[in-house]
Ligand binder design. Structure first.
Ligand SMILES: [Ca+2]
Ligand SMILES: [Ca+2]
Length: 286
């Protein structure tokens, strides 16, 4: 049987029990993580916080409003993540106005690398095609009656489009869960969607579906990022585009210094054990 040295075992233990950081949290009902709302361009209204009595929602963020074309609004959060992490879960609720003759263009979720975009809250323009340099993004595209897909983006390029399996533009708050895992050479992305079957006042949620499963993003090294979302209505498309219950947690890489400390402690323990064993094997002179 393989014998693991105490040092390796302790480092492995440190890796496994690395703390989960509750990083970016915002439900718009309590204080939560600091954010900035930005109106890009001239189309009104700007982002709005709206109160209602929907269960589990209450106050929410409206980034795009029905009856308003040409909107591009964003919410950006301050940086709260550690510099490097190996696992992230991003949860949020999103709602696109019910599909009638038109919907908005769509929504975008982006991780902004703080070395490029800074640590303050304001976000750049984010659409349903979030092709930003040095940023990972997911688009929720609903423009037109035949266009209903999510898409992955990294460093200015579109990586693929995926069928969500249901109509995103249903006027109900669906739930998205995005997970990222650092792997050699990049990251793996999974997107799980939980469809709200309604009605809005008494929602019934379908079983979660996984339109994106362990999709490999080459060259994407998860590092300190800040969360941002955008909504976009076109020249002749508009809808209510809303967000709520944003919660992002990460599991950081163990800090090198902590591992070094664990290593030193382990070596000291190993040395004490060996010295103790030698002492037991050496007959006492007294
Ligand atoms: Ca809320
Ligand atoms: Ca698209």
């Amino acid at each position: 049987m393989t014998r693991w040295s105490p040092l390796v075992l302790l480092m492995l233990l440190g890796y496994l029990i690395a703390p989960v950081h509750a990083n970016t949290i915002q439900d718009f009902d309590s204080v939560g993580t600091t954010f900035a709302l930005t109106q890009h361009g001239v189309a009104f209204p700007p982002p709005l916080l709206i109160d209602n009595n929907l269960p589990g929602i209450e106050r929410y963020l409206r980034l795009g409003g029905a009856l308003f074309t040409g909107q591009l609004n964003t919410i950006g959060f301050v940086a709260t993540e550690p510099e490097h992490f190996r696992h992230m879960t991003a949860n949020f609720d999103f709602r696109v106005g019910a599909r009638a003759s038109t919907t908005g263009e769509g929504l975008g979720f982006v991780l902004l690398d703080t070395t490029v975009y800074g640590k303050s809250a304001a976000a750049p323009a984010i659409t349903e095609e979030p092709n930003l340099p040095d940023a990972f993004g997911i688009g929720f595209d609903v423009a037109g009656t035949n266009n209903n897909h999510i898409s992955l983006h990294f460093d200015g390029a579109t990586l693929g489009e995926f069928d969500p399996g249901f109509d995103l533009a249903a006027g109900l708050f669906h739930h998205a869960l995005v997970t990222l895992d650092a792997v050699p050479g990049g990251a793996e992305v999974t997107v799980v969607l939980t469809r709200n079957l309604g009605p809005a006042a008494n929602p019934l949620f379908a079983a979660p579906t996984t339109p994106v499963s362990d999709f490999f993003v080459a060259g994407f090294t998860p590092s300190q990022s800040r969360m941002a979302f955008g909504a976009h209505t076109g020249s002749d498309t508009f809808a209510n585009l809303d967000f709520d219950n944003i919660r992002v947690t990460v599991v950081p890489h163990p800090a090198p210094l902590a591992l070094f400390g664990v290593g030193l402690a382990s070596l000291a323990a190993l040395r004490r054990r060996r010295v103790g064993r030698r002492a037991r094997l050496t007959p006492s002179r007294w």
